[in-house]
Ligand binder design. Structure first.
Ligand code: BDR
Ligand code: CA
Length: 308
């Protein structure tokens, strides 16, 4: 069976790092490129982190291009050091990679890879700034499928009561992307909050030899610290980006999947909230919607061990 080509657009980030590591090991896919965006950390740092992680994995040929530093309507104002550390990867002082980033702008690299791989899946794990720019770039190639980690429907937000971080960082770009006639699957907090990693998993990860698993294990305590007590009663953290990566790889199916128009609230107070065009945020409306471009995963059919 041929591997599914995937371009990852990410803000590397602890859970982005886990998703990249998973995709490197997943036989169903082939990462053909990475573009970065500001979010958990700034876009240049996210690219440096990605290159360092690839080097630890012995991967030297996947192009990594730096995307948007600032959001569509606002300047980037710092990442999430309280969640991901000052460097985005738990403060573990990753060694800088010998290899430099790809000099092409993110939009150019996406266009190049979409032209080369008509069956390309784009997996967006950060704010949608680069993808909105792609939507508006003239003459660029179409890709096959877009999978986005972002949004919150029946579940509460993780930045405000309503909004999820990737959408909240750049809601104007999210609105542009969700309005496209693209084959888009949205993987919101409703489902990613069900995929967690606990201390037992961490011990299993620590036992895996190799520079990359060891680096991942070293960055996780900070992420667990953020979640412990605040989000989950016990010491566990959510694996948002790895779950979206499993969906993009085609190894995890949704049980509660709905299609419909997803709108993004831009006004103060509700900024970054994802809602249906009918204005409700319950699962009922999502199931009832028809005929527009965005597929929303609200729950999943099976569980899968991310570490297996
Ligand atoms: C999302 O926001 C980022 O902090 C994480 O990497 C993930 O992509 C979760 O809301
Ligand atoms: Ca991310």
């Amino acid at each position: 069976m041929s591997r599914r080509p995937i371009l990852v657009d990410c803000d590397t980030g602890i859970d982005d790092a886990l998703a990249l590591a998973y995709l490197l090991a997943e036989p169903a896919v082939d990462i053909v490129g990475v573009t970065t965006v500001s979010g958990n950390t700034d876009a240049a740092r996210a690219a440096a982190n990605t290159l360092s992680l690839f080097e630890l994995a012995g991967v030297h040929d996947i192009p990594v291009a730096i995307g948007a530093h600032d959001f569509r309507d606002r300047a980037y104002a710092g990442g999430a050091p309280h969640v991901h550390g000052d460097d985005g990867v738990g403060g573990i002082a990753l060694t800088a990679a010998a290899r430099a980033h790809d000099a092409r702008p993110a939009v150019e690299l996406i266009d190049h890879l979409a032209s080369r791989h008509p069956d390309l899946t784009v997996l967006a794990l950060g704010p949608l700034t680069n993808l909105a720019a792609y939507a508006e770039a003239p003459g660029v190639a179409a890709f096959d499928h877009l999978v986005v980690m972002g949004g919150a429907f029946a579940h509460s937000g993780n930045v405000t009561a309503w909004a999820e971080a990737n959408i909240h960082n750049d809601p104007e770009s999210a609105a542009v992307v969700f309005a496209q006639d693209w084959d888009t699957t949205l993987v919101p907090l409703d489902v990613t909050m069900t995929q967690t990693l606990d201390e037992t998993d961490l011990v299993r990860l620590e036992a895996i030899p190799g520079a990359l698993p060891q680096a991942l294990a070293a960055m996780l305590p900070l992420y667990l610290d953020f979640y412990a007590g605040r989000v989950f009663a016990d010491r566990r953290c959510a694996l948002h980006d790895p779950l979206a990566a499993m969906v993009a790889a085609g190894v995890l199916r949704g049980v509660s999947v709905a299609s419909g128009q997803v709108d993004v609230r831009l006004e103060r107070g509700e900024r970054g909230r994802t809602v249906s065009s009918r204005g409700s945020h319950t699962q009922r409306w999502v199931r009832g919607m028809e005929g527009s471009a965005v597929e929303v995963l609200l729950d999943r059919l099976e569980s899968r061990d991310w570490l297996a």
